[in-house]
Write a protein that binds this ligand. Structure first.
Ligand code: CMC
Length: 428
């Protein structure tokens, strides 16, 4: 039997359909609310608003659960690769060996960027943030490569997705090399996705880069953990911009811009900057905890808290393990890891953090992993963006194919001045 919720106002009852998700989440369908009642709902930040139905990613913030297409993140981090996980997200199923092979070959085939795009890179100021460069360059891809001509042309659609997935990594490495004034390293056909990226980042004509399988595995895990996170800020931006039926490149470019913010993807850079600051100040996290708790101080403990997770972020646990593994393998001690653990211990015992459900999120340990791999600080958020791309693509694809698709157009409660007359400038 179809369930309904009741909305009663001024003695009149309106029945609103209840929508159930496959994991038991419930929503009240208000799509006809205004038409029937003149009411709209008020939900700043959309924290209680389901903007779509999706079969890509399931998150349970109370129990710390994250699954892509039904598969727990822990299993994917242990057994999968980033390329396989990207395929799963975009296509809905794990690939067969043949499908995975074809996908890898296509990723290699599309890894070069148009030589004329080098000119764009050269004209950015050397100190420009790579996120700004990446967002602009992804948007510029539209000028060099055709957008999907027909939504029904499956092959063209797949080529566009593959092109983006492959080129974003080449462009990210190029922007790093160019910011240093170094020779750009081209992708190599013999290398898989993650190894190829590391090689483009760190190989040089004077010092060839040696690929370390453990570093490659750490990068695979980092990217798998970032591959999707349902309707977060940047994904919502991709869906919203995409709802105007712009081309895919423009929608992804909007997602990259949203991800740049320190409350979202920019937090991985902000965490390491914070840990470094604590280290430079003698290593005692107590004053930073005190500042985070002070309501008159805008400072927040970066890498703590999450809009959905009200417990430990499952990605943070995997990231922490990866952190230990990789530092042990490299036989390296990172003082920032000691500070991070101290900070976590402090915060988890503190009533402010407990009462506000503030636990480490994915960004808390990921920066230390990236540092160990050798990624420079200003590239951290770019790393997040490369990882999130399969999620953005799959969410965009799902929204485009959704028969209930609508141009996104929220409403507002106007609280400005009532009607008044224009006053000529001499009378003001
Ligand atoms: N440090 C100190 N206090 C915090 C923090 C923090 N990191 N996060 C939230 N609070 C407090 C906040 O001050 C507020 O307190 P009160 O109710 O007493 O005024 C309360 O918790 C709720 O804050 P909110 O901003 O309304 O909560 P939210 O769930 O919308 O915030 C968040 C989520 C991620 C924006 C926030 O926790 C934050 O700013 N964290 C630090 C930045 C960060 O690590 N971001 C990465 C998120 S994970 C990566 C991703 O998926 O994007």
């Amino acid at each position: 039997m179809n369930k309904t919720a009741k909305f009663i106002f001024n003695g009149k009852t309106y029945e609103l359909p209840v929508v159930m998700g496959s994991e038991g989440e419930m929503a009240v369908d208000i799509s006809n609310l205004r038409k029937e009642t003149r009411f709209i709902t008020f939900d700043p930040g959309y924290a209680n608003t389901g903007s779509c139905q999706s079969s890509i990613t399931f998150m349970d913030g109370e129990n710390g659960i994250l699954r892509y297409r039904g598969i727990p993140i822990e299993q994917l981090a242990e057994h999968s690769t980033f390329v396989e996980t990207a395929y799963l997200l975009i296509n809905g199923e794990l690939p067969t060996e043949k499908e995975l092979n074809n996908f890898s070959v296509m990723l290699n085939d599309h890894s070069l960027v148009h030589e004329d795009m080098h000119l764009f890179f050269e004209n950015f100021p050397r100190r420009a943030h790579p996120m700004g460069i990446l967002s602009s360059m992804v948007n510029a891809l539209r000028a060099f490569y055709p957008e999907i001509p027909e939504r029904t042309d499956e092959e063209e659609i797949n080529i566009t997705f593959t092109r983006l997935l492959s080129k974003i990594r080449t462009m990210a490495a190029m922007s790093h090399k160019m910011s240093l004034g170094h020779k750009v390293i081209y992708p190599r056909y013999a290398l898989h996705y993650c190894a190829n990226f590391l090689n483009m980042m760190f190989d040089s004509p004077v010092r060839p880069y040696t690929i370390d399988d453990d570093l490659v595995k750490a990068l695979e895990v980092f990217w798998i953990l970032h591959a999707d996170h349902e309707q977060n800020c940047s994904t919502a931006a991709v869906r919203l911009v995409g709802s105007a039926r712009v081309n895919l490149y423009a929608a992804i470019s909007a997602g990259i811009a949203a991800l740049w913010g320190p409350l979202h993807g920019g937090a991985n850079q902000a965490v390491v900057e914070m840990l470094q600051q604590i280290h430079n100040n003698g290593g005692d996290p107590a004053p930073f905890i005190a500042r985070a708790k002070d309501r008159n101080d805008p400072f927040r403990l970066m890498g703590f808290g999450h809009s959905i997770y009200k417990t430990y972020d499952p990605r943070a646990r995997i990231m922490e393990k990866t952190c230990h593994k990789i530092l042990k393998k490299l036989n390296r001690h990172d003082p920032l890891l000691d500070i991070a653990r101290q900070l976590e211990e402090f915060a988890l015992k503190d009533s402010y953090f407990k009462d506000h459900d503030l636990y480490p999120n994915v960004d808390f340990y990921s920066g230390i992993v990236l540092r160990a791999i050798g990624i420079p600080l200003n590239m951290f958020t770019v790393m997040f963006a490369i990882g999130r791309l399969p999620g953005w693509i799959s969410q965009w694809k799902e929204s485009i194919d959704d028969p209930k698709w609508k141009l996104h157009r929220p409403r507002q409660i106007y609280i400005g001045r009532k009607k008044r007359d224009y006053v000529p400038i001499n009378d003001r």
